[in-house]
Design a protein around this ligand. Structure first.
Ligand SMILES: O=CC(=O)O
Length: 342
């Protein structure tokens, strides 16, 4: 079992959360599971947990919704839960929740940004390096009977240092990816719907148009949230703008990429390789064409999967839930979605 790199942070937010009144019945919370033991421990004695299937329940009998593994919370579900006080999500991405519908009803939605940026950016870089230097393929080869001697002409990969990285989406995670790229002596371009001059000057990045970023980058890392504007953003046309030697890395959400178009691009040499932590569908069905490709490195949605990061996500999501149940402002609320292009 992996151990955390340092001491686990105490739970400062939870320490401020008042204990529930022992006389009052516990608030009733629908959660999808199975929940992580850390989450269960933090909720113990504070809420009555109901299985996701308990919905639809009697009107007015569910106080909170806790989403752990991205179950859908849509308008229709919210209609079936009158009196709901809060929706709390374990994680930053809330594309599975109709945030506008919740906020329209006065129901706050909480998520856990900030604490998972470093871990997710680390994984983006791990995938970038793995795809460029053929790590997964090399690992399979080194374990096989085929590896009989060192061959300097074998399994040549792509140079990472000194190359150009394009980051699509310059939020917190994108910024952390950029910081890592500087250590690899990369030139960094980014595209974001709002240019970030302060990040540009602090890190020496350059804002580029969407098409320019695709055509100039050796590595393209997707750090955008999944929205109506970003769904299918990377399809056949976008892929055709990339260099044949380029690598695509996705640590955002699977549907940002059109799966069939990526498969065709990887098979046909439109781009050289890809590193995916997320897919559409997720997981890919056994036998899917992508799973048979050597120029694809894939992980099972591990962006924030370290002990320390997941513990902080548990703490913040539980604090959001308890604050909402108590009719206090959420410490980490999701803001209303902003319209416009990515
Ligand atoms: O995918 C994980 C998250 O959104 O935090």
């Amino acid at each position: 079992m992996m151990t955390p790199a340092g001491p686990i942070n105490p739970a400062p937010l939870l320490a401020r959360s008042p204990p529930m009144d022992a006389q009052r019945p516990l608030p009733r919370v629908i959660a999808d599971g199975p929940l992580d033991p850390t989450v269960l421990g933090l909720l113990d004695g504070r809420v009555e947990l109901l299985p996701w299937e308990a919905e639809p329940a009697e009107p007015g009998t569910v106080d909170g919704v806790y989403t752990y593994g991205h179950p859908t919370v849509d308008d229709a579900m919210l209609d079936r839960l009158p009196g709901l006080l809060v929706v709390s999500n374990y994680g930053v991405g809330v594309d599975h929740i109709d945030v506008a519908a919740a906020l329209d009803r006065g129901i706050p939605v909480g998520n856990t940004p900030g604490v998972l940026d470093g871990a997710t950016a680390d994984l983006a870089f791990a995938l970038l390096l793995a795809a460029a230097r053929r790590l997964a393929e090399g690992d399979r080869y080194a374990r096989s009977d085929g590896f009989t001697r060192y061959d300097p002409g074998h399994m040549l990969g792509l140079e990472v240092h000194g190359s150009t990285l394009g980051i699509l989406g310059m939020g917190r995670i994108g910024e952390k990816v950029a910081r890592r790229a500087l250590g690899f002596e990369m030139d960094v371009l980014y595209h974001n719907r709002n240019p970030r001059p302060e990040v540009e000057s602090a890190l020496g990045l350059r804002h580029a148009g969407f098409e320019e970023l695709l055509s100039r980058s050796d590595f393209v890392v997707l750090c955008v949230p999944l929205t109506d504007q970003t769904r299918g953003l990377i399809g056949a046309r976008a892929l055709s703008l990339m260099k044949p030697s380029a690598v695509l890395v996705n640590v955002s959400r699977g549907p940002v990429v059109v799966t069939d178009d990526l498969l065709a691009a990887l098979r046909g040499g439109t781009i050289a390789a890809a590193g995916l932590d997320v897919t559409d569908p997720e997981p890919l069905p056994r036998g899917h064409g992508l799973l048979g490709l050597d120029n694809l490195v894939i992980t099972p949605h591990l962006g924030s999967a370290t002990d320390r990061t997941r513990r902080r996500m548990a703490e913040i999501s539980v604090e959001n839930l308890l604050a909402g149940l108590d009719r206090r402002p959420l410490p980490s609320p999701v803001l209303p979605p902003a319209p416009g292009p990515p």
